[in-house]
Design a protein around this ligand. Structure first.
Ligand SMILES: C[S@@+](CC[C@H](N)C(=O)[O-])C[C@H]1O[C@@H](n2cnc3c(N)ncnc32)[C@H](O)[C@@H]1O
Length: 150
C-alpha cells in the first residue's frame, strides 16, 4: 500500500503546524525518508503498538486504513501532551468518522476538536524531494486535534 499511503507533508505545511501547536516530539506514522521528527515509528516499529504517553504527537496516517489510528488516538490522548492528526476531509460519511469522530468532536468537555483546512494541500510522493505538478489531491484536509485537558 505504500505507493498510495506514502504521501509526505510538505516542510512548509509542517512548519505552519509547528508554529501553531509547538515542536512535535514524535512522528508516529512515518518512514526514514519522510519523518517529520527525529523520533519516529515506521511500519516495522509500528506506531499503533507504541506508547504515545508524554509526547506531542504528529500523525499523518496511511489514508488507506484510518480507523485504527483514530482509535489509537482515543486510547492515548489522556496520557499524551497532545495529538494532531491530518486526515482527508471527504470521508465524513464513513463508519469510522460517524462512530469515533462525529459524536465527540467540538463538544463541551470533549478532548477532540476538528479544523477543516483551507484549499487543497499537496503532498510529496515517495522518491521525490518536492511536490510534482498535478499532485494536488481531489480532496481537502482536516486536522483532528486531541488535547488531554479540553
Ligand atoms: C501519509 S505518510 C506520512 C508521512 C510523514 N510522516 C509526513 O507526515 O510527512 C504515512 C506513513 O506511515 C507509514 N506507516 C504505515 N503503517 C505504519 C505503522 N503501522 N506504523 C508507523 N508507520 C506506518 C507509511 O509507510 C508512510 O510512510
Amino acid at each position: 500500500m505504500d505507493d498510495v499511503d506514502d504521501r509526505a507533508t510538505t516542510p512548509l505545511h509542517f512548519a505552519m503546524f509547528v508554529e501553531r501547536f509547538g515542536q512535535f516530539t514524535v512522528d508516529v506514522a512515518a518512514a526514514a525518508h519522510n519523518t517529520k521528527c527525529e523520533k519516529y515509528y515506521d511500519r516495522e516499529t509500528d506506531g499503533l503498538r507504541q506508547s504515545w504517553a508524554d509526547e506531542l504527537v504528529w500523525c499523518n496516517p496511511p489514508f488507506s486504513a484510518i480507523e485504527p489510528w483514530v482509535l489509537k488516538a482515543w486510547a492515548e490522548y489522556e496520557r499524551a501532551r497532545g495529538i494532531v492528526m491530518l486526515l482527508p476531509a471527504n470521508r465524513t460519511e464513513q463508519k469510522w468518522w460517524q462512530k469515533h469522530v462525529e459524536p465527540h468532536r467540538d463538544r463541551p468537555g470533549s478532548g477532540l476538536r476538528v479544523e477543516f483546512l483551507p484549499g487543497r494541500m499537496r503532498f510529496i510522493r515517495a522518491g521525490h524531494l518536492d511536490v510534482k505538478p498535478n499532485e494536488r489531491p481531489p480532496f481537502g484536509c482536516c486536522l483532528l486535534i486531541w488535547s488531554p485537558t479540553p
